[in-house]
Design a protein around this ligand. Structure first.
Ligand code: HEM
Length: 218
């Protein structure tokens, strides 16, 4: 009985990491990427999202609850895991350890990020609307320490997601043999590079909107 429950929890944890959390991460980075095309393009994109009906219910069901479950159960798994990179310095062993380390960094980053954006908006301490959001991100990211923190948080979340896709494919029986798993390593590395580039460009666009708009026009 306990084993059944453990198996179910692990499978649910694994599935939620890809759908909806991974899907949300991708859409979120794509929305932010519009900031590289200027404040107006970003505002238009955010406006589309804000007009979705029952937004708070959708957010709670498909974002907050899954992240809470995946994050809390993830902490439990992370601190139970036996990392043995010092004994076996193999690539996959290191990736296994990094999966747990980036999970913990991502949890700290998400908590801080949600606190200074979504919670502050809800409390009314910062101005809402797409224009307000652009200004808020500009205020936060013009501080170099915060920019560094966001870069670390972004790279952790994207690494965790891309490498998680690799282990997801193994644990759900999608990549069975060594050849399939090697190809999947390359595919997930490309996903890591593309999503990181998209996220980093957005961070720099929020931090220095004028410079980025000029560079994109060249
Ligand atoms: C942006 C947010 C996150 C995304 C997109 C995400 C995505 C994923 C994915 C796709 C997997 C692979 C599932 C599998 O191995 O079958 C995974 C695994 C894992 N996640 Fe997350 N995750 C996120 C946040 C977190 C947080 C905050 C923690 C908390 C520490 C965490 C801890 C873990 C752990 C420990 C595993 C490994 C599970 C295992 O090996 O069985 N994740 N995650």
């Amino acid at each position: 009985m306990i084993n059944h429950r453990h198996f179910f929890n692990r499978k649910l944890h694994s599935l939620l990491g890809v759908v909806p959390i991974g899907g949300f991460l991708f859409v979120h980075l794509l929305t932010n990427y519009y900031a590289t095309r200027g404040e107006a393009a970003f505002q238009e994109r955010v406006g589309m999202m804000e007009n979705l009906p029952f937004l708070i219910i959708i957010e709670t069901l498909f974002i907050y609850l899954p992240i809470l479950y995946h994050g809390i159960y993830g902490l439990y798994i992370a601190f139970q895991a036996k990392n043995n990179v010092t004994n076996y310095g193999y690539f996959r062993n290191i990736m296994f350890m990094l999966q747990r380390v980036t999970g913990v960094i991502t949890l700290i980053f998400i908590a801080w990020h949600v606190w200074e954006t979504r919670v502050q908006l809800a409390l009314g301490s910062v101005e809402g609307g797409a224009g307000g959001l652009f200004k808020l991100m500009n205020d936060i990211l013009s501080n170099p320490v915060m920019l560094a923190f966001y870069i670390i948080g972004l790279l952790s979340a994207v690494f965790h997601f891309a490498n998680g896709l690799w282990s997801f494919a193994v644990s759900w029986g999608i990549t069975v043999g060594p050849r399939a798993q090697r190809i999947s390593t390359y595919v997930t590395m490309v996903i890591f590079v593309l999503m990181s580039a998209m996220g980093l460009m957005a961070l720099f666009a929020f931090a220095n909107p004028a410079d980025v708009a000029q560079a994109m026009q060249k």
